[in-house]
Design a protein around this ligand. Structure first.
Ligand code: CO8
Length: 258
């Protein structure tokens, strides 16, 4: 693939958006390659955690491709927005946890891509924003929905209405990112975070992700019912037996039998 790379390292999948000349902007081809990569990952049981990052030191993803969008009709623009939304939904619904390693500009569709992931690590030079109003448009890849859910209505409204770009430290204060790290350490830190998750029970990790993400879209009681069902399913498999036996035998659990 020309613009999206998938590197597999043991049980970790590292996806890199690689179009640095346009600051990794998302055009139709990048989105198609990303979709194909995500569909491959979704059915690969050997991959336990995904990291998504951008090529180069300047940008994670500087948004949807403005050159490509410029002359779209209203109908084509809606279709393009739906296309991107569906692909970002695929990320949210991947069985594996996803970590965005934000290595620079994450603007517009780039910020929306990061928000579709479960966790976000930012390098010190990362910049976030939904600058669409500067272009006479609004966020179209889920930003108006995910940003308020992540950082609250008032803060999201401010960022979306002003189009203001914020630094990594402010993104941390707002709860938009989990951690800010030196740029040279970003990928290492993301890999370490992934490894921390990779040694846990893979089924438990998938169920935990699913319970949180699906629960945020339904009412609390229905969400708790979903939690109870998934909790019960944990007791039907090997992981709970190994995890609890290891605790009682005072040893480290070994969930990964190759
Ligand atoms: N699309 C296309 N090309 C881009 C984009 C982009 N989003 N961002 C940067 N580029 C290109 C530049 O045009 C430039 O190309 P060239 O070298 O050929 O002139 C190259 O990348 C380098 O960029 P700059 O020279 O501008 O670099 P600077 O360091 O001066 O500035 C910035 C970096 C601040 C990131 C600046 O490039 C910028 O503001 N980019 C646009 C950011 C933006 O507005 N993003 C939001 C786009 S809209 C969006 O994402 C909506 C998502 C939903 C879409 C729904 C479908 C309809």
């Amino acid at each position: 693939m020309a613009f999206v790379e998938l590197r597999k390292e043991n049980r970790l999948g590292i996806v890199t958006i690689n179009r640095p000349k346009a600051l990794n902007a998302l055009n139709t081809q990048v989105l198609a390659e990303l979709e194909q990569t995500l569909r491959e990952i979704a059915v690969d049981d050997k991959i336990g955690v995904i990291i998504i990052t951008g090529a180069g030191e300047k940008a994670f993803v500087a948004g949807a491709d403005i050159v490509e969008m410029q002359n779209k009709s209203a109908e084509a623009a809606s279709d393009f927005a739906r296309k991107g939304q569906n692909i970002f939904r695929l990320i949210q619904d991947l069985p594996q946890p996803t970590i965005a390693a934000v290595n620079g500009f994450a603007l517009g569709g780039g910020c929306e891509l990061a928000m579709a992931c479960d966790l976000r690590l930012a390098s010190e030079n990362a910049r976030f924003g939904q600058p669409e109003v500067n272009l006479g448009i609004i966020p179209g890849f889920g930003g108006t929905q995910r940003l308020p859910r992540l950082i609250g209505r008032a803060r999201a409204m401010e960022l979306i209405l002003t189009g203001r770009t914020i630094k990594a430290e402010e993104a941390l204060e707002l709860g938009l990112v989990n951690k800010v790290v030196p740029s040279s350490e970003l990928l290492n830190e993301a890999v370490e975070l992934a490894k921390t998750i990779l040694v846990k029970g893979p089924e438990a990790v998938r169920r935990a992700k699913s319970a949180v993400n699906k629960g945020l879209e339904i009412d609390t009681n229905t969400g708790c019912e979903l939690e109870a069902t998934l909790f019960g399913l944990c007791f039907a498999g090997k992981e709970q037996k190994e995890g609890m036996a290891a605790f009682l035998e005072k040893r480290t659990a070994n969930f990964i039998q190759e």
